[in-house]
Design a protein. Structure first.
Lengths: 400, 372, 175
């Protein structure tokens, strides 16, 4: 007797009674429907395929399939010299380009032993925090539109335009900057930049409050996200979650505080961690809250930087940028707090070449998304959409 | 408290015309054997739907949503983009009509048709003016509530016939939603019928006529009338699949729900059906609770505002304006609120709206019987 | 076993890692190598590859170590030694705060490393990626298949001697 396994349909048994009679027995099972939230879908935030087995509206399993945006970042790194890798890092999490470049430069600068000028550090903080606000605006806007609220999306993008104009003024490009270089910056910021920055901060504060009242306090939005996709803190740590995901589960962990780099020790800012009063700790609403509240903290950081930043007399952004980047032999794991979590670079250098031996990008979204399969068991399809939105993935970083 | 019956013939504002004068005249118009008048009666709402959907429906929605979202909306085609919808219609007309190879051809083609027919049939009993109503049925309200249920068949046909799992999801959700929300909707409208004592649409409007304008409207005639008004408004949002109940066409989950696979004119037909039913529920709401074609302006002594703004043509103006106002509120809600999840939607219907509808029904009955 | 280099004391973090290493060394003796106390990434190597899972569990659960967070697991190719390996960056998040890196190596052809997927869930996808890019097997992994490349891709791209395949489903690959 031959038993054939046919996926999703129970088993089929084929047996021969005699020479020309074949008996086929099928188990009677109700089929689960295979639903492919395929690579092209309005709410998977990029080319992600989720193969869901659904029983009615309940999802019994949602398996992510990656690789649609894989561009061989790590192989390119072995063929391009260290400064040339900076534009590649931009393109990983393209919504937070400055943060990616910074994480990479932190890693390489550890191997180089150079001293970064103070003004460079402050400008790096400013552009990274601006990019953090822009990235969170996209996250919040697209999350709202996934849940059916069309208007906050446009409000978020309207405000993001101002940030992109500022960053274009500083670096020359709206989205993929190549601005933070190993050892410094590519250009200094323009003369009036602090003034315009202050105007933006004053403009955006009431807008952030308006967005909060329109979306986060909306009864329907809260009902759609509260208690959905709960991740306990210790499981989150074991999955390797970081950034707003981990803080949404109640863990006080922010690399800017717990593993500080650059001038963050001098800056005064709060790290928002939900305490369960408005949301359930670890659910989608908590994660959304962390992002909404972090935007305001970034504004505070930018304001402090404007006042503390040294002036630009006699300043050359490329003063400490080495002519030829040839780090000493060794390995380093350098990381920074990206809007989506911890972006880390494991770089292996042999001390002789200008190209890394191995450069691995530890991507925050890749790790955050790995919990998707377990988070989605037993959820309804609309809740699946809510969970993916709250994980806030950018496929460029997931696939690299 | 009910308005004393006003004899039809002596109504000064009808300017000598009796009720349904235009419809009766048109019904009698025949050219040899061909009932031209009946055809015109049927065609008028159709033309109206098309025109309104073209101008106010699509253009208004795009402009209103744009201004709410801090942007401009259509600006290129014509001054302020007025001709945009015309351009869209021309585009849709010459689009390739695709029927997916693995789709059930009959159901796929027939779905939008049934959908539109169901939505359009209810226009037969809408009194567009004191002198015009397509079919003056004495069970007009009952007919309007019931005939919309044909849409369900159309949606199922469209969803199943598309041979697309996402369309199927949308269709199934939509059917569940429409069928469930008919109950609070009907009960709420029954409250209005109770106050009128009749199901005939023209009579309901007639009973809300009077020199005090809006004071005669049923919304203000009973202390509890706001409750069925609100319930019917919410239920009608669900009936027409508008946000926050647009889970069947939830873009972000289901691409476009049950009409994912439709292109060209079939898509335009579904679209027209949706805008048609939007106007229909707004009109029914206006007729039952807000006086239909009656003018809301009262006679203030020498300023006989009510008399000046009443008449067959004025009547058409008033009911269309009231319908448009509710459509504006529907659009407003769509762009403000996120959408409810399917089970939350069902919970709202069965555990919130239906009990309240029953309460409203009982209270309205008490009011009608015991308060003179 | 921390090392003093020419009279310069090591940074605080390296000393903490060295202390953590000491506990591991006590428990596992010669299954682990000596501690490399460099400043950028202090690490030790697991010499007996079969005991890696045991060591991982020990590191995660020991009350003085509590390495509950795996920051990164990278596959590495050592062409000179004819070996493949992984480098794990571990951290005790929220508890002790010390960090350490662990290296585990295996043979190039047909080598396998015990999986750490049941110890840290992070390792699940990282090991799939290492397998996809380098080709080492992870013994006991719940679902070892390619993650970034298509399921039927040939070859292991990040190996130093990798040559792209000529065509994939009729599409010419090298350009």
């Amino acid at each position: 007797m031959q038993e054939l396994e046919v996926a999703g349909q129970g088993s089929v048994r084929v047996s021969r009674k005699d020479n020309d009679v074949v008996v086929i027995e099928k188990d009677l099972t109700t089929e689960e429907m295979l639903l492919s939230m395929g690579p092209q879908h309005p709410s998977t935030h990029g080319v992600l395929k989720l193969e869901c087995m659904t029983d009615g509206e309940v999802v019994t399993s949602a398996e992510p399939y990656l690789g649609y945006l894989h561009r061989c970042f790590e192989k390119h790194c072995e063929m391009v010299d260290y400064p040339g890798i900076v534009p590649y890092t931009d393109r990983m999490d393209y919504l937070a380009g400055m943060n990616n470049e910074w994480a990479y430069c932190i890693a390489v600068e550890k191997l180089l032993d150079i001293e970064i000028p103070r003004r460079v550090e402050f400008i790096r903080v400013i552009v990274s925090e601006l990019n953090r606000i822009a990235s969170h605006l996209v996250a919040i806007g697209t999350y709202a539109i996934d849940l059916g609220a069309f208007t906050p999306f446009l409000f978020c993008f309207r405000d993001r335009e101002h940030i992109l104009s500022l960053l274009e003024w500083a670096s020359g490009s709206r989205m993929l900057y190549n601005y933070i270089w190993i050892g410094g910056l590519s250009f200094d910021v323009p003369a009036d930049f602090p003034k315009r920055l202050k105007e933006f901060v004053d403009y955006f504060r009431p807008k952030a409050v308006e967005l909060y009242r329109l979306l986060t306090e909306n009864e329907i939005f809260v009902k759609r996200t509260k208690g959905i996709g709960i991740m306990p803190a210790d499981v989150a740590i074991n999955y390797g979650w970081s950034g707003p995901m981990l803080r949404g589960s109640g863990v006080q962990w922010d690399l800017r505080r717990n593993d500080p780099y650059s001038v963050y020790p001098e800056l005064d800012f709060k790290v928002p961690v939900p305490d369960g009063k408005f949301s359930v700790v670890g659910d989608c609403l908590s994660r959304h809250l962390v992002r909404a509240l972090e935007m305001e903290e970034s504004l505070n950081i930018i304001e402090q930087c404007i006042s503390k930043m040294p002036g630009s007399e006699g300043f050359d952004a490329r003063a400490a940028v080495p002519k030829r980047v040839r780090p000493k032999a060794g390995e380093v794991y350098g990381r920074a707090e990206n809007p989506r979590g911890e972006l880390g670079f494991y770089i292996q250098s042999d001390g002789k070449s200008t190209k890394p031996l191995r450069c691995k990008a530890r991507s925050s979204c890749f790790v955050n998304l790995s919990a998707m399969k377990d988070l989605s068991k037993g959820q309804l399809i609309p809740d699946l959409v809510a969970i993916i939105g709250s994980i806030d993935i950018v496929l460029g970083e997931v696939d690299r | 408290m009910s308005v004393s019956a006003i004899p039809q013939i002596s109504l000064p504002f009808l300017m000598g015309n009796s009720l349904n004068a235009w419809s009766d005249a048109l019904a009698g118009l025949t050219i040899s054997w061909f009932p031209l008048g009946l055809v015109i009666i049927a065609a008028i709402p159709l033309v109206f739907i098309a025109l309104y959907a073209l101008t106010y429906g699509v253009y208004g929605e795009r402009k209103i949503s744009a201004f709410m979202q801090d942007r401009l909306g259509p600006m290129e085609v014509g001054k302020w983009g007025i001709l945009q919808t015309l351009a869209d219609i021309l585009k849709l007309l010459q689009k390739e009509d695709i029927v997916p190879a693995s789709a059930d051809k009959f159901l796929f083609v027939v779905g939008p048709g049934i959908l539109f027919v169901g939505s359009f049939l209810a226009f037969a009993v809408l009194p567009f003016s004191p002198a015009f109503i397509g079919a003056s049925l004495n069970v007009g309200l009952f007919y309007a509530i019931g005939i919309v249920a044909i849409e369900v068949v159309g949606i199922l046909a469209a969803g199943w016939g598309s041979n697309n799992k996402w369309s199927l999801y949308g269709a199934v959700r939509s059917v569940a939603q429409i069928v469930s929300y008919e109950i609070p909707a009907s009960i709420a409208l029954l409250c209005g019928a109770m106050m009128a004592g009749t199901l005939d649409m023209q009579q309901i409007n007639l009973h809300q006529s009077g020199p005090y304008g809006f004071a005669h409207f049923y919304l203000f005639q009973s202390p509890i009338a706001w409750l069925p008004f609100l319930i019917y408004f919410i239920a009608s949002l669900a009936e027409t699949n508008r946000a926050p109940f647009d889970i069947p066409e939830a873009e972000s989950e289901l691409v476009a729900g049950y009409f994912t696979e439709y292109t060209g004119m079939k898509f335009a037909v579904i679209f027209l059906a949706e805008y048609g039913s939007m106007f229909m529920v707004s009109a029914i709401l206006a007729i039952v609770f807000l006086g239909g074609w009656n003018s809301p302006l009262p006679n203030l002594g020498a300023l006989a505002l009510y008399d000046w703004t009443s008449g067959p043509v004025w009547g058409a103006f008033w009911i269309i304006s009231k319908g448009f106002f509710f459509i504006f509120v529907q659009m407003w809600l769509r762009w403000t609120l996120p959408r409810l999840r399917v089970d939350q939607l069902m919970y709202l219907c069965w555990k919130v709206l239906t009990p309240f509808a029953f309460i409203a029904f009982v209270l309205t009955a008490i009011w009608e019987i015991y308060v003179p | 076993m921390s090392e003093m280099q020419e009279g310069r004391t090591l940074p605080q973090s390296v000393q903490e890692s060295a202390a953590a290493y000491g506990i591991i060394r006590e428990a596992f003796g010669s299954a682990v190598s000596d501690f490399d106390a460099n400043e950028t990434m202090p690490f030790f190597e697991v010499l007996e590859t079969e005991r890696w899972q045991e060591i991982a569990l020990f590191m995660r659960d020991h009350p003085k170590l509590r390495f509950n967070y795996m920051a990164c697991l990278s596959g590495v190719d050592y062409p000179a030694e004819e070996k493949l390996g992984i480098v794990c960056n571990l951290e005790s998040l929220g508890e002790f705060g010390h960090r350490i890196a662990v290296k585990v190596k295996c043979a190039r052809d047909g080598g396998s490393i015990p999986t750490a997927a049941y110890v840290w869930h992070t390792a699940n996808w990282h090991e799939r990626e290492a397998y996809d890019m380098f080709g080492m097997q992870f013994a006991g992994h719940p679902d070892l298949r390619r993650i970034l490349c298509p399921e039927d891709w040939e070859g292991y791209p990040l190996r130093k001697d990798y040559a792209v395949q000529e065509s994939y489903h009729g599409i010419k690959v090298p350009y």
